[in-house]
Design a protein. Structure first.
Length: 338
């Protein structure tokens, strides 16, 4: 999928009501094992579809039955807990982890570590004797180093935070050049605002949206709505009586379903998060590109922290519900990490 300047123009708006639903909770920011395992188990909610839109009662019952869980006399909270535990055990078995005589917290830790070890090996990182926290930090550094090299940023003797800042600046300089903006003598915040403003106005012009007498965040929202509606038309999604957030969510689901089909992944009786999980296993780069274009685009990488991971190993779940779009430009930029 061709990258668009739209990612830059409406990143903040997309974060308010757009396509985002992450599947794993951030465990870089907590120190206690209990909190980490709680976050990890919460991540399974996203994988099951308890994210932006959630499951209705019928879907919840069906999911439980698929996993061989007795549903009679159990409320939603109980079923969700049992489904999470069943999924963790399923993951453990798939990874060759023995489940006998182990509580769910222990299994969750082992699954988490095994997955990190797999990811580390794919990046040629040695895993012997390393705990989850160490692997997570080394994976993050390796990914930042890879991204830095692609942008021509030197990586020697630089820690993750330094690399992240330099990647952000390199991305911004690249975007500024594409938009005809001079970068000399400008700090990150100034340059970010100029790039954001120029990109919003360019996209608005391309879409035939008038910018006369409008605040930049108002223009960005109009651009966002126009793009979402255009995508909805392309995917034969009706917009009658729907909020822009609802339309955007359906568009996201349509794009993920199409990507799954292109990769030969069945979508029958699967939630969007389950489909995303399978796509990630088969071709994480394509999923990242799709979500990066639709959610964060250039700001997600250039300003909100490098890459799809941002400041940590993964983001928290995006909570559903209606969100106000009347956000100021400053607040929008703030939400992107400026």
């Amino acid at each position: 999928m061709k990258k668009s300047v739209l990612g830059l123009t409406v990143a903040g708006v997309l974060l308010l009501g757009g396509y985002a639903t992450t599947t794993l909770a951030n465990d870089d920011t907590t120190n206690s094992t209990g909190s980490k395992i709680g976050n990890f188990m919460m991540g399974f909610k996203g994988m099951m579809g308890f994210g932006h839109k959630g499951m209705d009662s019928e879907e919840l019952l069906d999911k439980a039955k698929d996993l061989g869980i007795e549903t009679r006399g159990k409320d939603a909270e109980t079923l969700i807990q049992e489904i999470q535990e069943a999924l963790i055990k399923q993951q453990a078995e798939d990874l060759g982890i023995k489940t006998t005589d182990k509580d769910i917290d222990t299994l969750a830790q082992e699954v988490q570590l095994a997955k990190l070890q797999e990811e580390a090996k794919s990046l040629d990182i040695k895993t012997d004797g390393k705990d989850a926290q160490t692997l997570r930090q080394e994976i993050r550094l390796a990914e930042l180093q890879k991204e830095a090299k692609e942008l021509g940023v030197t990586t020697d003797d630089k820690d993750a935070e330094t690399l992240k800042q330099e990647i952000r600046l390199a991305e911004l300089n690249k975007q500024a050049k594409e938009l005809g903006i001079t970068t000399e003598g400008k700090d990150l915040t100034t340059l970010s605002l100029e790039v954001y403003t120029a990109a919003v106005n360019k996209e608005a012009k391309d879409l035939g949206i008038s910018v006369e007498g409008k605040e930049i965040n108002e223009i960005a929202q109009e651009v966002y709505k126009a793009k979402v509606k255009a995508d909805a038309k392309e995917y034969n999604i009706t917009i009658d009586g729907k909020t822009i957030q609802q339309i955007a969510e359906e568009v996201k689901e349509g794009k993920i379903a199409k990507l799954a089909k292109d990769l030969g992944i069945s979508t029958t009786d699967k939630s969007t998060q389950e489909i995303m999980s399978e796509i990630k296993e088969k071709d994480a780069a394509k999923l990242e590109e799709l979500l990066g274009n639709e959610i964060f685009g250039m700001f997600g990488k250039g300003m909100g922290g490098s890459g799809h991971r941002g400041g940590g190993h993964s983001g928290g779940m995006h909570k559903g519900g209606e969100t106000q779009q009347g956000v100021s430009g400053t607040a929008t930029m703030s939400s992107m990490g400026l």
